[in-house]
Structure formats: C-alpha cells, structure tokens
Ligand binder design. Sequence first.
Ligand code: GTP
Ligand code: MG
Length: 755
Amino acid sequence: MSQKAADIYKVALVGNPNVGKSVIFGLLTGKYVTVSNYPGTTVEVSKGICKGLDGSVEIVDTPGANSLIPLSEDERVARDMLLEEYDKHIVQVMDAKNLRRGLLITTQIAEMGLPVVLVLNMWDELLDRGMNIDIAALQKIVNVPVIKAIATHRTGVSALLGAIPSAKVPNLSIDYGILIEEGILKIEKVLTMDARINKRALAIMLLSRDEALEDNLRDKLTHEILMEIQGIRDDVQKHFSNPLSYVINIKRVSFVDKLTKKVSIAHIQKKETHPLIRGVFFYFLVPLVSFLVGYRLMALLMYLISAGFQTSDVFSLAVSLIAGGISASYFSSSVYLKNRKAKLTVSEILGSITMHPLAAFPILIIILWIVYKLVGEFGAGTCVDFFENKIFGNSLNPSGGFDIALYIPFVRKSYHILHVDFQGFNYYLGLLTQKVISKDNIIFELFFNEQSGLIQVGLTYAIAIVFPIVGFFFLAFGIMEDSGYLPRLAVMVDKVFKQIGLNGKAILPMVLGLGCDTMATLTTRILNTKKERIIATLLLALAIPCSAQLGVIAGVLGRISGIYFAIYAFIICTQLLFVGYLSSKVLPGDPSDFLMEIPPFRMPKLSNIFIKTFYRVHWFLKEAVPLFMIGTLALFIATKLGVLSFVEKMGAPVIKNFLGLPIETTHGFILGFLRRDYGAVSIFDALQEKGGNAGIDPKQLLVSLVVITLFIPCLANFFVMIKEQGTKNAFLMFAFILPYSILIGGILRIILQQF
Ligand SMILES: Nc1nc2c(ncn2[C@@H]2O[C@H](COP(=O)(O)OP(=O)(O)OP(=O)(O)O)[C@@H](O)[C@H]2O)c(=O)[nH]1
Ligand SMILES: [Mg+2]
C-alpha cells in the first residue's frame, strides 16, 4: 500500500463482546490492552499505530457490542464512532463458533455502507467443537474479504494486514416488508442533514426507537423534523402489536439464519480430552474433591451443633465420613452419567459444574478459600512481613536481620551460613542521613519521621504493604477472569443482585472492587442503565473494601479475634444489601434484563495473566504511590502547622462522644480519606498506644474500622466518581456516605455497649 493511501484512513476493530478484538489490537499495534474471558472487558476506545502497515494507519479498539443499536454505554461507544468519523475501514472480528451473532452486526455495517473486512477468529475452538465454515462460499455471498484467525496463536494476522486495503461494503440487504420499508423511505426523505453513513441505516435505527441517536440528532435537525419522524414511526407502529425494534430484529435474525445455514459445513470429528486426563478427572479428582467438600461441611455443622449439645467425637467423625461418602458418590455418578450421554470435554464439564445448583456454592467456597490463601495469607502475611520488616525495616530501630533462608523452602538448615545481618533500607538510609544532618532537623523528619516521614511511612507503606497485597489479588482475579469463572458467578448472584437494583452483570465491578475500587468504578460502564451505574458506584464507595484495606483490616482484627472479623464482615455485607435495596427503591429508572453470554471455560493462558497483572499493578503504583506521598506530606505539614490539632478539636464531639473513640484517632480518619487502608493502620496504632499495657479495646477498633470502611475509599476513587457520574452526583454520594458511615458507627457503639 502506498504511503498516501495509508495516510488517509483509520481502521476500527468492532464486533461482539469477548471475540478477541483486544488480542488482535495488541498483535497489530504492539500495545497491550486488557484481554479477559468475559464480555465487557474493553470499556473505552484505545488507539495505536499499526506496525505491519507502513507506520501511519491508526488502529482503534472498541468495546464489544451485540448490536449497533446500543443498549449500554459501552455499546454506544462503538456505534457513535462509526457514525461520526470519516474515512474508516472496519475490521469486524467474529467468534467463528457463533457466526450468526457476528453476521447480525455485519448486516448493520452493510446498511451503514461502510467498508469492512471480516475476521473469523477462534477458529481453533470452532474445529474443537466439530464445526466448520465454508469461507469461500461466505466470501462470495458477502463480497468482502473474509479471514480465518486464531488470534491467541497469532494466526491470520498477516492475511488480515494484506486484506485491510481491499475492504468493501458487504453485499447484504434485508427486505423488512412493505410497511416498514415505506417508513424507512419516508424517514430517509426528512433526514436533511449531512450524514457520514447511509441514511437508510439511520432511518432503521430511528424506527427502532434508538434514543441515544435521537439525542445526537437533536442539534442537527429541527424540532419539527424530529416530531415528523416520531409521527412516521407511530404510523408504522400501528400496524404491529410488537415494538418495531423487535419486528426489525426478527427480520434481521431470519435473514442471518438463512445465510448461516448456507455456509455452515456438516459436523466433523469433535475434539476429545485425552483418556488419561479423563480417567484422572472422573475416577480420582471428582470423587476426592466432592468427598472433601461433603466431609468438611458436615464436620463444620457437627462442630456448631456440639456447641449446643454434647456429641461424641467418634459420632461426629462417623457422620462426617458418611456425608463425604454420599457427596462423593452423588457428584461422581452424576458427573459421569451426564458426560457419558453428552460426550463433553473436561473443560466443558468444569464449566457446567460451576453453575450446578448444588455444586456451585461449595465450588465458590473452595475458590474463595484458595484466593484467601494466596492473597490473604501469602500476599498480606508472608510477603508483607518480608518486605516491611526485612527489606524496608525501620529507620531508627534495627529490624532484626535479613534472613533469606526463611524464604527458601527446604534450606532452613543452612540458616547460619546464609544469615545476613541486614537491618532494612530505611535503617541504613537513616544512618547515612544522620551523618549529614541531625535527627532533629526538619528535613530528616520530613523523610524519616516514624509517624509521617515520606520514606519511612509513605513509600514503605505503598510498596511494602499495599503492593504485595494488590499484586496477588490481581493475579487471582486474572485467573478467575481468564478461565471464564466470573460470568458464571454472575449467573449465581443474579437473584440477590436483583434485590439491590442491579443484576448479575454487576458482579464484575463488585469483585474487581475487592482489588481496587477506583479501577472498578471505571468498569461500572458495562452496566446497562444509569440507575444501575449509580447504585454500583455508590455501593463500591460505601461497602466494598479494596484489597489493600481488607488485608490491613483482616490483619488487625484477625490478630484480636476471628469473631470480631466475622461481625465486621456481617455489618459491611448487611450495609451493602440495605443501602442497595433502599437506593433501588428511591432512585428513578427501571432495572435492566440480565443478558450475558457465558463464554467457554478455558485453561487460562499464563502469559496473558502475568502481562495483565503487570499492567494493573503498574497502573496501581502510578496512581497510588503519588497519593500516598501527597497524603503523608499533607499529614506532616498539618502536624507541623498545628492544623491537625484544630481539626481534632472540631471533630472531637463526634469522635469522642458519638463514636466513643479516643481523640488521637482523628488523624487516622482524616488520612482515611486519602487512603482508607492508610487510615486503618493509623487508627490501629493510635488505639494501641492509648490502650498501653491493657492492650487495644476491640470494640473501639471494630467501630472505627466499620466507619472507615463505609467511608469513601480514597481520593483517587472520589476523582473517578466525579469523572464517571459528574460532580453533582459524586458530591451527593459523598454527602450521603459521610454522615451515614458515622451514624452506623454510633449505632454499633451503642449495641456493643450492651455486651
Ligand atoms: N481459543 C481462543 N481464544 C481466543 C482467541 N482470541 C481471543 N481468545 C480469548 O478470548 C477472550 C477474549 O479476548 P478479548 O481480546 O478480551 O476480547 P474482546 O473482543 O476485546 O472483548 P471485549 O473487550 O469484552 O468486547 C480472551 O480470554 C482471549 O484469550 C482465539 O483465537 N482462540
Ligand atoms: Mg476488548
């Protein structure tokens, strides 16, 4: 392609959700954007320059859309881009296994009159399922280049690059029947403005009552014309009992069905799992896991019962063993029988078990347990201890030595040889600085002060505590995403979420919120209605503690007693449900239906998970570390200027009299707005100091942690709330959350006083 030709156009990647657009974008541009096995991964447009073409073609990745008549905000992004930008070649990526769904969009592109290349991606999965497509026949009918691809294996990319310049408008046109066609013609006539796409497409969208498009046209067309369009639509509608959008869609679907039939080839051999893996799965793994789950659940039940009644240990053991046996035989035989009939592969069986009404719940518990072990125990425990005490240490007191052997399995005996008396970076930096300036100098304090030093507190805290926790959380989240477990979880929680004005789709931002609320607030865009987005944003800010905070809270409360952590979790969950329920009743708007396609269960690709975790952690550090620093600096300045004691005095009546907390915790609460987790640690330290030898008062700790959790997570989250929901809504949420969190804390204090 000549330089001149390359200069004049852009290429937009469009297609259904979860079909591999972002993988292809990465291959074409060398830029990484998030790739996951669930619909709705991409919520914003990403741009990059294509490497293979002569360096001047811009490639745009868009959020997936099932129709170019959009339902949710992310679907709108792709459509609006096609409506508004000139000179665009389209690459439509489809899931080859689901050609029908892809062609529905192709017919809309044809109506718009835009040139396109079709990519039938996931060709590997098509063949694995014993399906095939006659590419030559499809190409002949549609009359545009059709490329088969396996993006994850980099297959088909060069063919795609070669085909882009010969993109054409698809040769597909649907006859919607005389009544609708007349309506289309009439609307086409009144559309007087310049349009970048065919007016026929606009007319069909307007007949389908595309409200977003009407909003767009409001400043391009006069009020009279818009009313005329409305009149034409009402006239046509009179002839149908169903809404016009439905009638139009049915015509489209039947057109595409016929086309799909013409190009689908009869089934070939379906790929099967290796007999050895099958054997291990059916005769060992399923029985073992189902035995353990049955046994454990019954043992827990017996433990609870034995608190009330005296039961002997032998009896409990026998009952638990029997429960394990029943569970093993029930699940093993049902999994085996189901498979014998349907000849499913192991990953298909795993995918269906995760949605089985009986098995789904224990599986969720097993997964949560694994995540807890990885994030809570290994990340927040071992790794944080290692970084905080051994690497960073304390600038004034020696940290106790760097014992590398403790972190290498099987070599504990070599302790004496490997033990290095390393006191932590902060210690040496502190010593070094003291050579130049005295410990009482303000500069020394600014960096190494134990309560608010930039290095001693800000940097150490961000990197030694938050970084390992968040890193391991993103790793675990990546595995859940890429295996396809999250959409299955969405189906499970749908009923409960309906009660709080959301639907199953909202599980994605909610779980992501347990990692980082700020990032999760951005993904609320996948939700269909404004009401749902507001509720999700509010609940994220109010009741979803992020991993950094959860790690800190689980650590401090767990150290005191597991019961307190259980009460904490109970209060936060009930607040989530209660405020969700209330806002679903108070806020105007309708709930949307839950339509989510369940992607296949896949073995996650490790390289993608590591890359994704790397990018997320990178983003997190870039956003969080400066905030930690600003927070620490603000605290330092406030302490020096005496502002803190002023605010403490102002807050005293609430903190002291209403919440029953020592006044020293106030600066923890102030810090809490910069980062909730940061505040939690500070409050813990204040309470510990106050408690002295008598130790910390667990009731006070619980009250303060509940208040700080319910409070807005951090400054960054608040900025994103403003960005997503507008200043007014963000401040309204703030105005609700602040007094509400204090109110709940006060009520909790009164209840706790009774015990
Ligand atoms: N087996 C197989 N998997 C693929 C292929 N291409 C992509 N995937 C996987 O499909 C999933 C979705 O890929 P993405 O690139 O995030 O899809 P997307 O179209 O950008 O999705 P949205 O942004 O949600 O619209 C990921 O788990 C990929 O690893 C392929 O050719 N074969
Ligand atoms: Mg994407």
